[in-house]
Design a binder for this molecule. Structure first.
Ligand code: CU
Length: 108
């Protein structure tokens, strides 16, 4: 009886494992979106409130997956789906909040 029980447990665990494996395959397929990363040089930041404001603004842009704002470097690292958004939008968000985007390559 004990042996039968352990076999059942084994079968249960094995089918469980298979289930989680196949769901992992699915998420891999969904993650074919290629994220682009940009380091934005931001001017006029001077405290943690500025950091929080910019972080919040950039995070709320659709397609942005990751934002890390650094007060020491005056930069914001943004990882985003380039099919959904672009640096023009980041510039708008930053300027709307009273800061300046200083990247030369992103100026008109
Ligand atoms: Cu501030």
């Amino acid at each position: 009886m004990r042996i039968l029980f352990s076999i059942m447990v084994f079968v249960f665990l094995a089918s469980c494992q298979q289930g989680s494996n196949s769901s992992q395959d699915n998420s891999d397929k969904q993650a074919t979106v290629e994220l682009q990363e940009e380091v934005l040089n931001i001017g006029k930041m001077h405290c943690e409130m500025c950091v929080a404001s910019i972080e919040k603004g950039l995070t709320s842009v659709e397609g942005v997956e990751f934002v890390k704002v650094s007060l020491d470097d005056s930069t914001a690292v943004v990882r985003y789906d380039s099919n959904k958004t672009n640096t023009d939008q980041f510039k708008e968000v930053i300027e709307k909040r009273g800061y300046v985007l200083k990247n030369k390559e992103l100026q008109p």
